[in-house]
Design a protein around this ligand. Structure first.
Ligand code: ADP
Ligand code: ASP
Ligand code: MG
Length: 412
């Protein structure tokens, strides 16, 4: 018996009409004799609505209570959708994360999955044709509710697919697959028919929110094939899988952007052994992901240290740095929220020279100033003023010829 995991995002279950579309997809899969595990997100906008309500009293509400609140978003969609399946005579049951359970650590708001009880699925597979699982949620060892970070339903789906060795994990969303860049800001973006885990990981890490980063990490580690498709069309999607030779031939396969960045500069810190560790140790201890780091050349035993953090972590970062200011000798802590990161990604970069210079010239031609550059084997990222991010994406996309269909892409 084939088991398929299908995840539907917020826009796919935005209202009862959209849920009917999802029901049709599920029915079609059942018609092929498959058992289906449907993972649902909260209805579009609901998680934000809950966050806004919670923040009305306090900018930083208690993280554990926040997760209790956010769990209700996915709870609503699974209950409603299961009722819809019942109306059509389908044997279905909803499951919340803690009922399975999906066990996580206690990092409220961005918990990591530790374990999924596959026995739960095995026990009920006889009785139900469709399991409707609430995405994004889990519980810690004391059954306190947790959530997996924004976009976490993708990770729920891939983790379940891995736990039960499903034949495929399908991620249904509001675009037809993974594109060479966000099709909502670049109409020329091309759908990629097949992309490697590593490239997808870089795209997701660099801001392409079509898949949550952790879902791709999971898929890569446990070899789960992911198919990204649209809920609203029948067209083929994008397969995220192991790298093959064909993929290596493309120099650049995508452009991503991330506006959720903030820049911090520590002015005139001591330039001596251990200073970087004293700065970044406490930030990492607070689970703050520091991304681009630049240390300027030393002047009379002092240096400037500049780095980026997710915008949502800026207050906490500055609070931690204020506590260290004397110890590291920082004369000033400068913050800038108006920055964005644009990145070009491609496994082919390993074998092609000149990618950086094409990117830099393209940005120069549009008079876009680069604040920080960082590179990896398969990616080049530039930090720029956020007001230029859409222009920079379109410029880089064109500079690398991504607006023309190639071997690994098919037209939108
Ligand atoms: P869902 O609610 O289904 O999880 P998301 O909003 O999380 O959907 O992700 C889908 C969105 O990701 C698209 O609407 C698109 O704007 C954005 N996106 C960013 N980069 C890409 C890309 N390279 N390919 C496809 N979509 C992208
Ligand atoms: N509802 C959560 C969010 O909006 C999780 C998800 O949609 O994947 O981030
Ligand atoms: Mg998403």
């Amino acid at each position: 018996m084939q088991i398929v995991v299908q995840k539907y995002g917020g826009t796919s279950v935005a209202n009862l009409e959209c849920m009917e579309r999802v029901r049709e997809k599920v029915l079609a899969a059942l018609g092929k004799g498959q058992k289906i595990i449907v993972v649902l997100s909260a209805m579009s906008g609901e998680t934000n609505r809950l966050l806004d309500m919670a923040r009305a009293w306090n900018e930083s509400p208690d993280a554990a209570e926040m997760d209790v609140l956010l769990n209700t978003g996915e709870q609503t969609s699974v209950a409603l959708f299961t009722m819809l399946l019942h109306k059509h005579g389908i044997k279905a049951r909803s499951f919340l994360g803690h009922q399975i359970p999906i066990r996580t650590d206690r990092d409220f708001g961005k918990a990591r999955i530790l374990d999924i009880n596959r026995e739960c699925f095995l026990k009920y597979l006889e009785s139900y044709d469709v399991f409707v699982v609430a995405g994004f949620q889990g519980a810690d060892c004391e059954y306190r509710l947790t959530t997996l970070g924004r976009g976490g339903s993708d990770t729920t789906a891939v983790a379940i697919a891995s736990a039960i060795e499903a034949d495929m994990c399908e991620i249904y969303t509001d675009v037809e697959g993974v594109f060479t860049t966000d099709p909502n800001i670049c109409p020329d973006a091309q759908k990629i028919s097949k992309i490697s885990y590593d490239e997808m990981l870089e795209m997701a890490s660099m801001g392409a929110k079509v898949l949550q980063i952790r879902s791709v990490e999971f898929a890569k580690k446990y070899h789960v094939p992911i198919m990204v498709k649209s809920t609203f069309s029948e067209n083929s999607g994008t397969l995220v899988t192991q790298e093959d030779e064909e993929m290596e031939s493309a120099m650049v396969s995508g452009v991503a952007y991330d506006k959720d960045q903030a820049l911090v500069t520590l002015v005139d810190v001591y330039d001596e052994p251990g200073v970087a560790a004293r700065i970044f140790g406490p930030l990492s201890g607070a689970n703050i992901v520091v991304d681009m780091i630049v240390q300027n050349p030393s002047r009379e035993g002092r240096t400037d240290m500049t780095f980026t953090v997710p915008r949502g972590n800026l207050e906490e970062t500055v609070q931690i740095l204020n506590g260290l200011q004397e110890e590291i000798g920082a004369k000033e802590i400068i913050q800038d929220r108006q920055v964005a990161k644009v990145s070009v990604i491609g496994v082919g970069m390993r074998n092609h020279a000149g990618v950086a210079s094409i990117a830099f010239s393209a940005l120069k031609n549009e008079n876009i100033n680069i604040l920080i550059i960082s590179t990896s084997e398969i990616k080049i990222s530039c930090l720029i003023e956020s007001k230029y991010s859409e222009l920079a994406v379109r410029t880089l996309h064109e500079a690398f010829g991504l607006n023309h269909a190639s071997q690994t892409t098919d037209a939108k």
